[in-house]
Design a protein around this ligand. Structure first.
Ligand SMILES: [Zn+2]
Length: 256
């Protein structure tokens, strides 16, 4: 199994509040998590268990040494295709990245303001996907899709910030490979994008362009998650859009 070191900054969430995907609680014992000490909660870490069962992973949590917010069942398990396990509440710190892992590239610029910048767990949601990590255990399409749904759920909880999406291998390259090269990262990102804008009120021919201007922050959706794509635009609304576009063009202009 080769490492999968990946890192992207997801754009600010443009839609309304997302519901969490179908899930069942499998509570981690209270000795396996604690309170978040540093904010904001702006990071999502993708892991794979390197084991073949959800219960095997939870036995680690029960021993009080590691934990995660979400656990995604494998193909041969009950729950696969139906629901994810939630293990630690969103507002609590789960323990899935070694505390001494320091990542200036992610928390650059925040370090001076926030002495807890090395405490990735305080700022992160951890998603563990059950996968043997042998190189012969592909991730299922459903595993990718529900993980993407979870990512978008967390983005919708923090709509004012772009969130960091990162693999464990990227954070801790000396020790970790997960989720490994079998994890189809590009397809996963595609599912995240597809879930970004549930816009039933936008026609097919315009959907890609609407998504693009939303991602750039030039036009936004409404708080209820709609875009109201067939409604007319007033002169003042058009002025707002043009002003944002001019600002964006100035920001992107090459510095002389
Ligand atoms: Zn991991």
């Amino acid at each position: 199994m080769k490492a999968l070191p990946k890192f992207v900054v997801l754009p600010k969430w443009g839609g309304g509040r997302n519901e969490p995907p179908p899930h069942q609680w499998w509570h981690a014992p209270s000795k396996s998590y604690n309170r978040r000490e540093y904010g904001p909660t702006d990071t999502i870490v993708i892991h794979a268990t390197a084991g073949s069962s959800s219960s095997g992973a939870m036995s680690v949590t029960n021993a009080g040494t590691a934990s995660w917010h979400w656990l995604i069942p494998d193909e041969n398990e009950e729950g696969h295709g139906q629901y994810a396990h939630r293990c630690v509440a969103d507002d609590k710190k789960a323990w899935h990245v070694l505390r001494k892992v320091y990542f200036p590239r992610i928390y650059q610029g925040i370090a001076l303001r926030n002495p807890g910048h090395t405490d990735i767990n305080s700022r992160a949601y951890g998603i563990e996907i059950v996968n043997a990590q042998t190189g012969r255990d592909p991730f299922s399409d459903w595993q990718l899709r529900i993980t993407a749904q979870i990512v978008n759920y967390h983005r919708s909880l923090h709509p004012d910030i772009g969130m960091y999406l990162v693999t464990h291998a990227y954070l801790d390259p000396g020790r970790k490979l997960d989720p490994g090269e079998q994890f189809a990262w590009e397809r996963f990102l595609q599912y995240i994008r597809e879930g970004e804008a549930p816009m039933p009120d936008v026609d097919e021919w315009a959907a890609a362009d609407v998504a693009a201007v939303k991602a750039e922050g030039i036009m936004t959706g409404y708080a209820d998650g709609t875009f109201r794509g067939r409604e007319p635009v007033s002169r003042q609304e058009l002025a707002v859009v043009i002003a944002r576009l001019l600002t964006r063009m100035a920001e992107n202009a090459p510095v002389a």
